[in-house]
Design a protein around this ligand. Structure first.
Ligand code: FES
Length: 108
């Protein structure tokens, strides 16, 4: 095989590898766009709490709240639905700004 033929084969390989890499990139992006589960779960608020329930609901009687009750709104508390301060770590890690709902009796 001559030098010119060797160079021609090399060019064909470069073209083939480039086309294959481009096709793989397009396929990967199409997969992420249409089939990836990341898309469906990235907006999910509740990551861990009572995932076997279709809807997480808590109810309390006003008379049982006492002078002050602090409820979690970040869904990261280990004491959910009560706030345990986990929102601070969540905010530090994500840049979010969530905090608890505080219900208290008026100062008399
Ligand atoms: S732990 Fe969730 S708001 Fe505090």
């Amino acid at each position: 095989m001559g030098l010119a033929a060797n160079g021609s084969v090399r060019v064909e390989w470069v073209v083939a590898v480039s086309v294959a890499a481009g096709a793989a990139a397009v396929g990967y992006l199409a997969y992420k766009k249409f089939f990836s589960k990341d898309k469906c779960c990235s907006g999910m608020v509740n990551l861990h709490i009572q995932k076997d329930n279709p809807k997480v609901v808590h109810a309390f009687d006003m008379e049982d709240l006492g002078d002050k009750a602090v409820y979690c709104r970040c869904w990261r508390s280990k004491k959910f639905p009560l706030c345990d301060g986990s929102h601070t770590k969540h905010n530090d890690e994500t840049g979010d700004n969530v905090g608890p709902l505080i219900i208290k009796k008026k100062d008399s």
